[in-house]
Design a binder for this molecule. Structure first.
Ligand code: ADP
Ligand SMILES: O=C(O)C[C@@H](O)[C@H](O)C(=O)COP(=O)(O)O
Length: 329
């Protein structure tokens, strides 16, 4: 059986991105800066209202795996797409990044491939409106224990907690990964997703996971506090490795070795979509190469800096050369 340096499980989502003024968000009733789940009809209205649409493969953990695959990690992604035009486009794009797209597009059924209408404001903030089609139906049946057991690092997407079968699939996948000697971890995904499933997130983290990656709002939401330091301490008490991204304020990493804060040069992003995802790609790449945590965080920040410099959630340059010129690899 092939082994993988990184295996991800998440929503397979095609992103449709366009830029807009903040007044447009107000006018359309879109909440800025988060991921809102929408129904199909609303998706069609938003799609029709988009100017200069860019269509690209997305999905949070899928973005991370694609970024890590492009950096040369042997990687696999487990997610569901329908056997429609978007789904085939999606599967091919993962393969083009050198990632094994483990499960073939699903034939039959009524649910189409998932899509997210993403509006980017002049300050670079992204507001996601996601119509979850077939991707959120992921269950244990989609996760081969052989693949989970062959993962050196496994990265789970918090968004899949929105369905009970996703929670069960994660628990089993994490157990299989650990049995195989791998390290499972999770992306917290979104503060409102954490709010919806706080107790289950905490249970999975405490019982099964080796690392957690989340932004400030997500980490604070886990413990219902506005004090990030308190939240980081509480999270580190139940998880060996905590990685908190802090937008233009960089990253804080807490482990048994203590806390490391890595600053970044603050910029106005062209498009913040995928910042956290590409940070995770770089961080997990560093981890898989046995680099120290500070260097892992610096690699993550370099990957995030690239992705926020253009529209779209995945790298558009050769990241290996970029990291090499920055002296990070
Ligand atoms: N305004 C910014 N200036 C510089 N770097 C940024 C900025 N916003 C995000 N980043 C980079 O992207 C990483 C992830 O951003 P963050 O906003 O915390 O995550 P998410 O996209 O998950 O909300 C940060 O740790 C940082 O490296
Ligand atoms: O999964 C979604 O609903 C949206 C994704 O397709 C999108 O690419 C995404 O999650 C971007 O991630 P982030 O900006 O790093 O949170």
């Amino acid at each position: 059986m092939k082994t993988y340096q990184l295996v991800g499980i998440g929503n397979a989502v095609v992103d449709v991105i366009s830029q807009c003024e903040d007044t447009f968000l107000d006018h359309m009733g879109i909440e800025k800066g988060i991921m809102q789940l929408i129904e199909r009809d609303r998706g069609e209205v938003l799609y029709a209202a988009m100017e200069g649409r860019v269509q690209t493969p997305g999905g949070s953990v899928a973005n991370t795996i694609a970024g890590a695959g492009a950096l040369g990690l042997s990687s696999a992604f487990i997610g569901r797409v329908h056997d429609d035009a978007l789904g085939r486009f999606y599967a091919q794009a993962m393969q083009d990044d050198g990632v094994d797209f483990v499960n073939a597009p699903v034939e039959g059924g009524e649910l189409p491939t998932s899509r997210s209408m993403i509006f980017v404001s002049p300050d670079g903030e992204r507001s996601m409106n996601t119509y979850l089609g077939i991707s959120s139906e992921l269950s244990s049946a989609d996760v081969s224990p052989a693949v989970a057991g062959a993962a050196q690092i496994m990265f789970l997407e918090g968004y899949l907690f929105d369905k009970d079968k996703g929670k069960t699939a994660f628990m089993e996948a994490a157990q299989d990964c650990r049995k195989g000697g791998g390290k499972p971890g999770i992306s917290l995904s979104d503060p409102f997703c954490v709010e919806r499933h706080r107790a289950d997130f905490l249970r999975l983290i405490e019982n099964e996971l080796e690392f957690v990656i989340g932004n400030e709002d997500e980490v604070k939401s886990l413990f219902e506090t506005d004090d990030l330091d308190v939240a980081l301490d509480k999270l580190a008490a139940i998880c060996p490795l905590v990685v908190c991204t802090r937008s233009g304020d960089g990253v804080s990493v807490v482990s048994a070795e203590g806390r490391v804060d890595v600053p970044v040069q603050k910029v106005v992003p062209v498009d913040a979509t995928g910042a956290g995802d590409q940070f995770a790609a770089g961080f997990l790449f560093g981890l898989s190469q046995g680099r120290d945590l500070e260097t892992c965080a610096k690699i993550g920040c370099a990957c995030a800096a690239e992705v926020i410099s253009h529209i779209g959630p995945r790298p558009q340059v050769d990241m290996k050369s970029l990291l090499s010129s920055a002296g990070l690899i």
